[in-house]
Design a protein around this ligand. Structure first.
Ligand SMILES: Cc1ncc(C[n+]2csc(CCOP(=O)(O)OP(=O)(O)O)c2C)c(N)n1
Length: 554
């Protein structure tokens, strides 16, 4: 017996394992909103702006075994979500986005709000399509989830016209069948890569999101060949802060700094990341001529894309690392092994010294002066629950946090797509995906204001996230970049549109307006107790911390 498309849709979603719908509704989705009454398994999580919905989905998708599911309202809802959709696409967040469309019948009249949704979504999704028959809704959904999950993962878009949701049709509902997509490394590539690593005098490893879940394999290879592990700019730090071979994040802001990190390498093993994720085009490769590149990823498009790569290896990173280690262990000479051990000792010692120096040189606040960002990051990192998932959109504080935080692999999540605005929504998604873990977000004041209404969602559904707003009352990074652009000659010139003053934004009052308790902190001694109290609470909290925004020191 046939059923309306909206029922087929809801049943397929339930069957797929969807538990939450992140969205903001409109009349073109009323069929979907109506059918939700009959499917309490699907909890609607209302966002007051589509950027918040996408942000929540982004966070959720990082931890959930099933892609996040998003509902948007036709052309304007999708339009509002575009910036965050771009982020999701850049950072490969698996999500399925559905937007309603006007009925197919009469669509040529171009009613208000109609638009070419599929063309809008196509550049930033893996697959974008309009479903025009109710009978095809379940199949289209199953395919959408499959495409979102297939490596490399990413967002997918479905437009479904209102009359298709009401059309009666027969279709079978079926569970998802995830693709068996584990690609083993090819023997020839492994042999070539192992030979390069065995001969290297100064190998370096760069690990990205694709190396998540492979810390053991990464570390044991790094220890064997004596290579530091840098972490590429990505969404989750794949190694623990205490990993003896972890040398810190790869610099994405300055070619000189990147060159200082990688220029001495004679072999580079990049795992699960693009080469090289940077915020501006690089004037040249940061590697020295002759440095041999091995690149392992499950995204064929990334391999050999820009820089000459001697061994581009399409493979599941974890397995590739395991096999590569075995091969290196078999073929490394005694002498090369000794030299590798010497490098390991030197690296461990340097890491210890750097850590001690970082602790000793934390700038402390002096009475009556705003808290230096490094001091803020230090106090915060001391207080954060070690089990936390920490979402980081703290912009100019992020470097300090990377130095001081002590978290396990995958616990430090970062806003890596480039578009500001995930810091308020994403932690809500994290909490919904893993309710048993404490979730804390550190967000710049500028970044927070793109999606501040996420606080209402947290209050409404009582989702206990702790937000720490790093309030320097400015777009500090833009000022720093401007200083670099202007050079010496431009010193002292005012900055246009980079100060968030007159009036200063009162985040605690904003939190209250949205139903979230908050406290303003200016004294660094008050920070740690406030963080502990907020993290122990069953309610969402907002801690507004006033920090120094000066740029004099560069
Ligand atoms: C959606 C979006 N709009 C504008 C920008 C440009 N932008 C990059 S960083 C930044 C300021 C960030 O300020 P804040 O979050 O307060 O951090 P701070 O630099 O002060 O540490 C802006 C406006 C962007 N990246 N994304």
């Amino acid at each position: 017996m046939g059923r309306p498309g909206r029922f087929l849709m809801a049943e397929q979603l339930v069957m797929a394992g969807v538990r939450h719908v992140f969205g903001n509704p409109g009349t073109t989705e009323q069929q979907f909103m109506d059918v939700l009454h009959d499917y309490p398994q699907l909890q609607y999580v209302l966002a007051l702006h589509e950027a918040v919905a996408l942000g929540m989905a982004d966070g959720y998708s990082r931890l959930s075994p099933v892609p996040a599911f998003v509902q948007l309202h036709i052309t304007v809802g999708l339009g509002n979500a575009m910036g965050m959709l771009y982020n999701a696409w850049r950072t490969r967040a698996p999500m399925v986005i559905y937007a309603g469309q006007h009925p197919l019948a009469g669509g040529l009249q171009e009613p208000i709000l109609s638009g070419d949704l599929v063309s809008m979504a196509r550049p930033y999704t893996k697959w974008a399509v309009e479903v025009t028959r109710a009978a095809e809704i379940p199949m289209a959904l199953r395919r959408a989830f499959k495409v979102a999950m297939d490596p490399p993962q990413g967002p997918v878009f479905l437009s479904i016209p209102a009359d298709v949701m009401d059309e009666v049709a027969e279709a079978s509902i079926a569970p998802l069948q995830p693709t068996y997509s584990w690609v083993p490394p090819q023997g020839e590539a492994v042999a070539k890569a192992a030979a390069i690593l065995c001969q290297a005098q100064a190998p370096v490893i760069v690990a990205g999101d694709g190396a998540l879940g492979a810390e053991e394999e990464l570390t044991s290879l790094a220890l064997l060949i004596g290579a530091p592990i840098y972490v590429a700019f990505g969404t989750r730090v794949p190694v623990s802060s205490d990993n003896p071979m972890y040398a810190g994040p790869l610099n994405v802001l300055s070619w000189n700094a990147l060159r200082a990190q990688l220029g001495g390498a004679d072999a580079l093993l990049a795992v699960g990341c693009p080469l090289f994720p940077a915020l501006s085009p690089l004037p040249a490769s940061p590697l020295s001529p002759g440095c041999r590149i091995i690149h392992v990823d499950d995204a064929p498009d990334e391999l050999g894309k820009t820089w000459l790569t001697e061994v581009p290896m399409l493979a599941a990173p974890k397995e590739a690392l395991r096999v590569l280690r075995e091969e290196v262990a078999k073929s490394i000479t005694l002498q090369a092994g000794h030299r590798a051990q010497e490098r390991v000792e030197a690296l461990t010692k340097a890491k210890e010294e750097a850590r001690r120096a970082a602790q000793e040189t934390v700038p402390r606040s002096s009475k009556g002066q705003a808290m230096p960002p490094a001091h803020f990051a230090y106090e915060l990192s001391q207080a954060v629950d070690r089990d936390s998932l920490l979402y980081d959109e703290s912009v100019t504080v992020a470097g300090h946090l990377m130095r001081f935080l002590r978290l396990g692999p995958g616990q430090h999540l970062r806003a890596a797509g480039g578009g500001l605005g995930t810091g308020m929504g994403a932690p809500i998604g994290l909490k919904l995906a893993q309710p048993q873990r404490p979730v804390i977000a550190v967000v710049g004041d500028g970044a927070a204001l793109y999606t501040i209404q996420a606080l209402w969602t947290a209050a409404h559904y009582q989702i206990p996230v702790t937000w720490v707003i790093a309030n320097n009352r400015s777009y500090r990074i833009l000022k720093l970049n401007m200083l670099q652009y202007r050079g010496e000659a431009g010193k002292g010139r005012p900055f246009i549109a980079m100060d968030l003053i007159e009036p200063e934004v009162d985040f605690v009052a904003l939190g209250q307006a949205f139903g979230v308790k908050g406290v303003r902190i200016e004294d660094p001694d008050e920070l740690a107790p406030a963080v502990r109290q907020a993290q122990a609470s069953r309610e969402p909290w907002l801690l507004e911390v006033i920090i120094d925004g000066s740029v004099d020191g560069g």
